[in-house]
Design a protein around this ligand. Structure first.
Ligand SMILES: [Zn+2]
Length: 75
């Protein structure tokens, strides 16, 4: 599998990176979070390492907008 090049654009932090530990394989997974989608997001994403679907919950603190709370549980 080839990794797409990650483009870094200077924007007003629309995207942040969140990290979570996959509950199935224990690997740290980095995911981009689109802040324009709201301060609370929940979605299912397959772990790129072990392919187990995980439910990822991202919550943003309004007072510290660089702080993301990331929770993950197996689907
Ligand atoms: Zn995994």
């Amino acid at each position: 599998m080839t990794k797409p090049q990650r483009r870094r654009r200077r924007q007003r932090s629309t995207f942040l990176e969140a990290a979570y530990i996959c509950p199935s394989c224990g690997e740290e997974i980095i995911v981009p979070v689109d802040l324009s989608q709201g301060s609370f997001q929940e979605y299912v994403e397959d772990c790129p390492v072990c392919c187990c679907p995980n439910v990822i919950t991202v919550e943003m603190d309004e007072h510290f907008d660089d702080q993301l709370q990331v929770m993950v549980r197996p689907e």
